[in-house]
Design a protein. Structure first.
Length: 350
């Protein structure tokens, strides 16, 4: 896709629907005063919704070595953080002349659990189409491709057997970004280029608000401590968390998938719940759904699909049903375009 397909003017809908858009950095949150500190001044609030995505937890690999973190972020960024990283990855793939590319997967939970495999397929398709002598090594901390494993394994084997190698149980132990070496529990690997995805945590905003959860031993979970049905912070019901930063939902499956679809659903639910609170009505707990289309071939354009449905069980906990569509088809790719255009129409097109 041309990058312009993904670029939209966020100011136009703000002007049309009468809300204020401020492009800035959040530098602090004072919940006792209900104030958000930003690079463009302070903002008071009655209700606060935090939807800041994820944080790349580079310290898990490099401790406090800022030189190594800076070098890795500059040359091998995860491209899960906006402000140029995604365009940078696209440029790196297009300019790659051959060699080995390493892709690491974060341990679960992480942003869009399917996307590292999808990226590998799209990169492999590009290299295959343009006769670029490239190898892609996926270093996966899990014992197998998951979720929707069969669809991806089939794509790896049938479409890109000479390009993609999936290495399971490859938890990262050490990374040397300067000498281009990565050490894992499944062995050591050299690389010519890489997309490094360290462990993920909630966005900086949730840390600023001091709303990160702790486990039974008092250690940070890295994710928001929140009500799993109403999505507000357990410590402060005037603050809600939406999207990738959300904490665990149910002991039956852990977190909701950290996907755009879930973020959009939860955002609407939170807006309705705040409206109910403001009007003095009963606040109704609602559940999202989720679906993810994953492009695995570029010509013909073919995708696979996973769907999730959620319901409250007899134990009063949220349960999940997962449906995998592992057979890649052009029809699913067309559905994917319908999905994304619906998302664009929902909040950035006027």
């Amino acid at each position: 896709m041309d990058t312009g397909f993904l670029v939209h003017d966020m100011q136009r809908p703000a002007n049309r629907y009468g809300y204020t858009l401020v492009q800035c950095d959040v530098t602090g949150i004072e919940r006792d005063r209900k104030v958000v500190r930003t690079s463009k001044g302070a903002v008071d609030y009655d209700y606060l919704i935090l939807s800041g995505g994820i944080r790349d937890a580079w310290d898990a690999w490099f401790s406090g070595d800022q030189t190594a973190i800076g070098h890795t972020r500059a040359h091998y960024a995860s491209a899960y953080i906006p402000q140029g990283q995604m365009l940078g990855l696209k440029d790196r793939v297009r300019s790659f002349k051959g060699g080995t590319i390493v892709i690491t997967l974060p341990p679960p939970p992480h942003r869009c659990p399917f996307s590292p495999y999808e990226r590998a397929c799209l990169m492999a398709w590009h290299f295959k189409t343009n006769n670029i002598p490239a190898k892609i090594v996926i270093l996966d901390p899990k014992p197998q491709v998951a979720p929707i494993g069969e669809g991806y394994r089939t794509a790896f084997q049938e479409l890109y057997p000479d390009i993609i190698t999936h290495v399971p149980n490859a938890k990262v132990k050490e990374v040397d970004p300067f000498n281009k070496r990565i050490m894992t529990e499944a062995g050591d690997f050299g690389f010519d280029d890489a997309t490094f995805m360290p462990p993920h945590k909630a966005s900086d905003m949730v840390f600023h608000a001091d709303l990160i959860g702790r486990d039974a031993e008092g250690k940070s979970t890295g994710w928001a401590d929140m009500n799993p049905r109403l999505y507000h912070a357990n410590a402060d019901d005037s603050v809600c968390i939406v999207g990738d930063s959300m904490g665990p939902i149910s002991p039956h499956f852990g977190h909701y998938p950290k996907s755009a679809h879930v973020a959009n659903c939860i955002g609407k639910i939170v807006a309705r719940n705040i409206g109910e609170r403001v009007r003095g009505e009963e606040v109704v707990a609602r559940l999202p759904d989720n679906l993810c289309y994953m492009l695995v071939n570029g010509d013909p354009r073919e995708a696979i699909l996973v769907e999730f449905a959620y319901e409250v069980g007899a134990d009063d906990l949220v349960h999940r049903t997962q449906i995998d569509i592992d057979v890649r088809t052009p029809d699913l790719m067309e559905e994917d375009f319908g999905w994304i255009n619906g998302m664009f129409d929902d909040f950035v097109r006027v």
